[in-house]
Design a protein. Structure first.
Length: 219
């Protein structure tokens, strides 16, 4: 059963949408604020539905934080219907943007399409490396390799953002979140070196002055 997190501060919308989604077979959790959502997003979801206007923050910032550390798809559901609002949401990496008021059937169709696309991409294969997103495992030439939680998170971020530069700043933020204490720039360099040794190839490229990326011609 696909898990959905609904971030919305309107109790009426939460109640109606939660009921509709659960009747359609989804496991739904709800969050009424930005701060509550920061705790909730540490769990694993198949989709996060975001309102933009929250009592203690906004959905744009939350989406940005989600995309920094995971590949969970996001869908904006907002009363903000100006073109610049929609474009901003999509540029942050959201899979879709629906404006209020909305049709329940249309929303369910769009959610279903996102979930199906996500289900098809649970395995990432690049050269001789396989990343199993469901089991949080990495294989090299079909052999399971031993990784620390932080090493896996770094690999997950790089390999689910193929052909995209992930800045050192973004990766440092990830390290900070995992360790919950001060880290220095050398910590990242050491972890990248260890990951490269374990993968045994040059899949992770250094982009001088910016960060790292995994390049591929595979579609």
């Amino acid at each position: 059963m696909a898990k959905i997190l609904l971030v919305e501060d309107n109790h009426s919308i939460v109640k109606a949408l939660k009921y509709s989604l659960e009747m359609s077979g989804y496991d739904v959790s709800a969050s009424l604020s930005y701060q509550e959502s920061l705790i909730k997003i540490e769990e694993d979801y198949d989709l996060i539905i975001l309102d933009i206007a929250l009592p203690d923050g906004n959905g744009y910032d939350l989406c940005k934080k989600i995309k920094m550390t995971s590949n969970i798809p996001c869908l904006f559901l907002s009363a903000k219907d100006q073109e610049e609002d929609i474009v901003k949401g999509l540029e942050l990496g959201a899979e879709d943007y629906i404006t209020k008021p909305f049709g329940a059937k249309e929303l369910l169709v769009r959610i279903d399409k996102i979930i199906k696309r996500q289900t098809k991409s649970k395995i990432v294969n690049i050269n001789n490396i396989k990343l199993d997103l469901d089991k949080a495992q990495v294989f090299v030439q079909d052999k399971l390799i031993n990784l620390t939680p932080l090493e896996y998170k770094i690999i997950h971020l790089l390999f689910t953002n193929l052909n995209r530069v992930i800045t050192r700043e973004t990766l440092m933020h990830l390290i900070w979140d995992v360790n919950d204490n001060f880290v220095n720039d050398n910590t990242l360099t050491v972890n990248i070196k260890r990951i490269r040794e374990k993968l045994g190839n040059d899949s992770i490229k250094t982009v001088k002055g910016l960060g790292y990326m995994v390049e591929t011609d595979e579609k």
